[in-house]
Design a protein around this ligand. Structure first.
Ligand code: ASP
Length: 307
């Protein structure tokens, strides 16, 4: 079986901060209307600007990735926050994770209530001794000072339509949003947020909130945020695999990313992609799916793409 081709953008290390993000690999660019593509591109650009603003002001990579992901969560174009994929029961169960290069991490799964699940993940990291919380209580989210919404906030007509059209669990309608950044001090961070897969069973958890699977950051190697067939990203611990290839095999970032996607995702019948940044500011955006919403800014202004 021929492996799906990995499309890869590689930006060499620069002097300053760097930011890359994705709005999910679950998009077939050919099926988008011009209007849909325009709206998504505007949101990608707004997200990259929000992250870049933090970095340009000398802010930490963690703040930058959270700022970028919040914009993507607020946009209906992507499968996270408002406009998230719905379970077979027609509800959104949100997963999100953050990780900073000093190995601190926090995540939520099956969350309902936070307008921005990424901020709930950050609160788990900063306000508890835990790393992952399932269905965090509304009172707790309130106590953490997060913006709260009702379950109907996440549900859009477009996602309801997808749910009606989805005949079985295997017809994936997925997507995710995520960002990685390297700040002026050379620290890295990653954040990822998703509604999972349309028509997933209630309680299903994908790779996004699992450290090492969909999200990883280490100041000695790389920050990674993934999107794609979540089960395969879990089985391959793909984000950590990229880190391991850099750390133990001394591979170049583009080779590590390409081989991880080929061996652990493409060869096992899945698809997806990831964005990665090293502490030196080297950036890779890669996917083996028909498209991936993506953007980066390494200091020369925002660059966006879908196909
Ligand atoms: N990886 C996500 C999940 O399995 C979906 C996606 O990124 O397309 O929940």
């Amino acid at each position: 079986m021929a492996l799906p081709t990995v499309q890869l953008t590689h930006l060499p290390a620069g002097d300053g901060p760097a930011l890359a993000l994705h709005g999910g690999a679950g998009v077939d660019p050919a099926s988008l209307t011009d209007e849909q593509a325009r709206t998504a591109t505007a949101a990608l650009e707004a997200a990259v600007r929000a992250g870049r603003e933090v970095l340009d002001a000398g802010g930490p990579a963690l703040d930058a990735v959270c700022a970028a992901v919040r914009v993507l969560e607020d946009s209906e174009s992507f499968n996270a926050g408002r406009g998230a994929a719905l379970t077979t029961e027609g509800v959104a169960e949100l997963d999100a994770a953050v990780m900073s290069g000093d190995s601190r991490t926090g995540a939520v799964t099956c969350a309902t209530g936070p307008r921005n699940p990424v901020m709930a993940a950050r609160a788990v990291m900063e306000r508890t001794d835990h790393v992952l919380m399932a269905a965090p209580a509304r009172e707790l989210l309130e106590h953490w000072g997060l913006d709260l919404v009702g379950p109907e906030y996440y549900v859009t007509e477009a996602r309801l339509q997808m749910l009606r059209e989805t005949g079985s669990f295997t017809e994936y309608r997925h997507g995710t949003v995520g960002a990685v950044a390297r700040d002026a001090s050379g620290h890295v961070a990653a954040a990822t947020s998703t509604g999972g897969i349309t028509a997933q069973l209630p309680g299903r958890v994908g790779d996004t909130p699992l450290a090492g699977c969909g999200t990883w950051a280490d100041d000695a190697t790389v920050a990674v945020s993934c999107t794609g067939t979540g089960e395969l990203f879990v089985r391959g611990a793909v984000a950590h695999e990229v880190h391991s290839r850099l750390r133990w095999a001394g591979q170049a970032l583009p080779d590590a990313v390409r081989e991880a996607l080929d061996e652990l995702v493409g060869a096992r019948g899945g698809d997806g992609g990831l964005v990665a940044v090293t502490p030196a500011g080297e950036v890779v955006l890669a996917f083996n799916s028909p498209g991936m919403y993506r953007a980066h800014d390494t200091g020369e202004g925002p660059v966006t793409g879908i196909a």
